[in-house]
Design a binder for this molecule. Structure first.
Ligand SMILES: Nc1nc2c(ncn2[C@@H]2O[C@H](COP(=O)(O)OP(=O)(O)O)[C@@H](O)[C@H]2O)c(=O)[nH]1
Ligand SMILES: [Mg+2]
Length: 289
């Protein structure tokens, strides 16, 4: 798998410049990551790019993550003085998060107010692809606005949407490509579907995911993929067991690993295997982060 991952520093530099320009227009940023793998789905460059701006980190897709692990992540980020909140952009109500956004921007707004400037905070939603930015923007706006901006080739001037008396939203999400320089990180992103499948071998990916699930959520993995053995010697054996367990077989009883691999990835990504987190917070005290 390592040699198959494409890594384009040039692409990253262009995205950075674009994002830098967009950021100039806003006072605050809402950064989205995937609650199932918050570190892998954050671009570390964002920290530096958003320095000095009011910020809220949203652990999005929390409906797909293990609630206990998400609670541990909230603690982890809050211990590092990052305002953090969990959210489900597909299901939760906007007002569950609007209050948190207003709280996060208030200190910056008050500071500005003391200088006699600007009473409305302008914010932008940022994050790597697929963490749910468009869904989030539409959710907090209450009606679809972000879709048009997603259409390739459509250039739009900055559009501001008033979402509360003190808050305006730039309806174009800011995007940085995910960092794929670290293989473990790249793998997690691939399991989540955040990088295109074509650059990775589906079967290897499914085997890797099964191995990973046996580490982080063995009960759920066993139940979903009908795995009965206590242990499996190899990724191949694990995939084969899932094929037999789920009846993914070809004529003559041969295992259909192609079909199995696609389905295993689909089912995990769709949350069918349960609420599973792929990353847990690293141990250690905040000052050693
Ligand atoms: N279950 C769940 N799915 C979500 C959530 N937010 C977004 N999605 C789904 O994730 C996929 C990517 O969302 P999208 O908004 O296009 O991501 P973007 O690339 O960051 O703009 C879509 O299929 C959404 O329906 C969430 O909070 N929970
Ligand atoms: Mg989008």
């Amino acid at each position: 798998m390592p040699e198959r991952i494409n890594w384009y520093p040039g692409h990253m530099a262009r995205s950075r410049r674009l994002l830098q320009e967009q950021l100039r227009a806003v006072d605050a940023v809402v950064e989205l990551c995937d609650a199932r793998a918050p570190l892998a789905t954050r671009n570390p460059d964002l920290n530096q790019l958003t320095r000095g701006k009011a910020r809220l980190l949203v652990l999005n897709k929390a409906d797909l993550a293990d609630d206990n692990v998400t609670a541990a992540w909230l603690k982890y980020f809050r211990a590092r003085e990052v305002e953090t909140v969990r959210f489900n952009s597909n299901g939760a109500r906007a007002r569950e998060i609007l209050g948190r956004i207003e709280e996060a921007v208030r200190p910056a707004m008050e500071k500005a107010a003391r200088r006699g400037v600007r009473k409305t905070a302008r914010l932008m939603v940022i994050g790597i692809p697929n963490v749910g930015k468009s869904t989030f923007i539409n959710r907090i706006n209450g009606s679809p606005i972000a879709k048009a901006a997603d259409r390739p080739g459509v250039t739009r001037s900055n559009q501001w949407v008033k979402i509360s008396p003190y808050l305006e939203l730039l309806d174009t999400p800011g995007m940085l490509p995910p960092r794929l320089d670290d293989l473990d990180r790249a793998r997690l992103l691939a399991y989540l579907g955040s990088v295109r499948d074509q650059i990775l071998n589906t079967e290897e990916l499914a085997m890797g995911l099964l191995m990973h699930l046996m580490q982080v959520a063995p009960q759920a993995a066993r139940a979903r993929f009908k795995l009965t053995q206590e242990q499996y010697e190899s990724p191949e054996e694990l995939l084969e067991a899932a094929c037999r367990g789920r009846g993914w077989l070809l004529s003559g009883g041969r295992v259909d690993t192609d079909r199995a691999s696609a389905l295993i990835l689909d089912e995990f990504r769709g949350g069918k295997a349960g609420k599973i987190s792929l990353e847990t917070p690293p141990a250690g005290r905040p000052e050693h982060a």
